[in-house]
Design a protein around this ligand. Sequence first.
Ligand SMILES: Nc1ncnc2c1ncn2[C@@H]1O[C@H](COP(=O)(O)OP(=O)(O)OP(=O)(O)O)[C@@H](O)[C@H]1O
Length: 361
Amino acid sequence: MARITLEHIRHAYSEKAKAAGDYALKEVHHEWEDGGAYALLGPSGCGKTTLLNIISGLLTPSDGRILFDGKDVTQLSTEERNIAQVFQFPVVYDTMTVFDNLAFPLRNRKVPEAEVEKRVNEILEMTDLAGMAKRRAQRLTADQKQKISLGRGLVRANVNAILFDEPLTVIDPHMKWVLRSQLKRLHRQSRFTMVYVTHDQTEALTFADKVVVMHDGQIVQIGTPAELFERPSHTFVGYFIGSPGMNIMSVAIDGATARIGDQSIALSAAPVLKGQGRIELGIRPEFIKLGREGMPITINKVEDIGRQKIVRASFCGQPISIVVPEDDDIPADAKVTFEKQAIGIFADSWRAMNETGRQEG
Ligand SMILES: Nc1ncnc2c1ncn2[C@@H]1O[C@H](COP(=O)(O)OP(=O)(O)OP(=O)(O)O)[C@@H](O)[C@H]1O
């Protein structure tokens, strides 16, 4: 297990890169705790795999250093970094039995056979493969094979970190849920440092203690699931986390008041805004109250999603979504109020500070 330090890391696939836009990974400067469970979350192309490959040693960054427990490993191979990896598609030896596939990383490192037996049996239980330990891997289904890959990643007791690259893509939905919970439990027991790449917010939020949200080659926030939901640092986090995502509206700010069209919305404090950037107000659909009091909206559509309804509406010409409990009435001339504490003000996409220096919100 190791603390992972990413020291001013940048990466461009072209040697001619100069401008920030030429970098697949813009500057990353962070320290990840020993024993933490981190998820790298973001849409396709945002740089997750590039960052993971830099951590694993498959890729040497164009700039910066990577340290494990303070030791510079930037030039070390994957093997020398002593990490385990689980990829998107299964990597198994078809002619070996399930047991031997799981035992391979241990036998390869000359672990005594009694210890191999003990660890492999634990992993067989955990991955639900105990009933097929003696079968050859060849005839197994894709998701059984991927469970072997997961098991192989978890079987060694002394790795610095385990890296997972979208490991549940080929697993069926029910088993996905089971394996995710098992991985979380295993993390609590073993305290391995784990880094898990995914573009699926449910996967990230259920697996990780800390979610690293990436957008356009940058880390825009590292936080617990609650922090990402309640206090997104960037409009992208507000929009990407949550379903539906945060409502983001263009506003003008006048002291502790936001103005949208001819409406005035009271803020909990006046945000401090430097310069004349693009100013937006963010509020999650769960914190807009719909009723007969407040500011007028035009309802365009109501989606019934079981225990809740999602109201799609226009507010001062801007689209908004509102989450309403299933049994609430939706008046024809509905009005809205915004919960003051749940409002965030963003300047050029980043959360602005309020007068006391705290992040606005
Ligand atoms: N070998 C490569 N050569 C050139 N450009 C690359 C290479 N690998 C990735 N890129 C580019 O770098 C950027 C980041 O890609 P990366 O694969 O890290 O993103 P990702 O978030 O992991 O996406 P996905 O979820 O689709 O794998 C993308 O614009 C991609 O096109």
